[in-house]
Design a protein around this ligand. Structure first.
Ligand SMILES: [Mg+2]
Ligand SMILES: [Zn+2]
Length: 195
């Protein structure tokens, strides 16, 4: 009797979507200090529910307000825990929430668009970055996908409209996270790179 799936080997590593938090998944209301300030975008949870059928989901967030003293790391963690728990209650699982707490002038390794956290996900979760995506409302979120060898998408929620003119030519621009999910799910891996 053959066992389905027993021939799994190379090429079966999971792909991932690396999501920005503020302005992409939830409303950007400045430096969030408590769970009551979290407001999910209307179609965000559905979008993640659709994506997780084919991708592992991660949040990668720059929280320079920690370095600037506007918000404490414990507050960032509490807000992130609320985001994780709320999604989990809706059937959506986040693999990790990665936070860079530094200021851009600190010259740290982990601030986006550096691919530090996606590389960590590749090592610790076996993610195939070449088939993975980043999504966010800032040019650095798109650049992140380019840096890790995948594809970045830009959303027009949050600060998206404000920074739109700073994007490189050819950037994939979509209305919101649901539209990003639709775009990603309509592009099979074999079609990647043809945009
Ligand atoms: Mg953002
Ligand atoms: Zn950092």
């Amino acid at each position: 009797m053959s066992i389905a799936g027993s021939d799994k080997g190379a090429g079966t590593r999971p792909a991932a979507v690396f999501l920005d938090r503020d302005g992409t998944l939830i409303e950007d209301r400045g430096h969030l200090r408590e769970p009551s300030q979290v407001v999910f975008f209307p179609r965000a949870v559905q979008a993640l529910a659709a994506l997780q059928r084919r991708f592992r989901l991660f949040i990668v967030t720059n929280q320079s307000g920690v370095a600037g003293g506007m918000v404490a790391m414990t507050e960032v963690r509490r807000v992130n825990r609320h985001v994780v728990d709320t999604l989990h209650a809706s059937g959506v699982t986040l693999a990790e929430v990665y936070v860079c707490p530094h200021h851009r002038d600190d010259g740290c390794a982990c601030i986006k668009p550096n691919s530090y956290f996606p590389q960590k996900a590749a090592r610790e979760h076996g993610i195939d970055l070449s088939r993975s995506y980043s999504v966010g409302d800032h040019p650095c979120d798109v650049e992140l996908g380019t840096r890790f060898g995948g594809q970045g998408l830009y959303v027009l929620t949050g600060h998206g409209r404000k920074h739109r003119s700073e994007l490189p030519d050819g950037t994939v621009i979509v209305e919101d996270l649901q539209s990003a999910a639709d775009w990603i799910l309509s592009h099979r891996p074999a079609d990647d790179g043809r945009e």
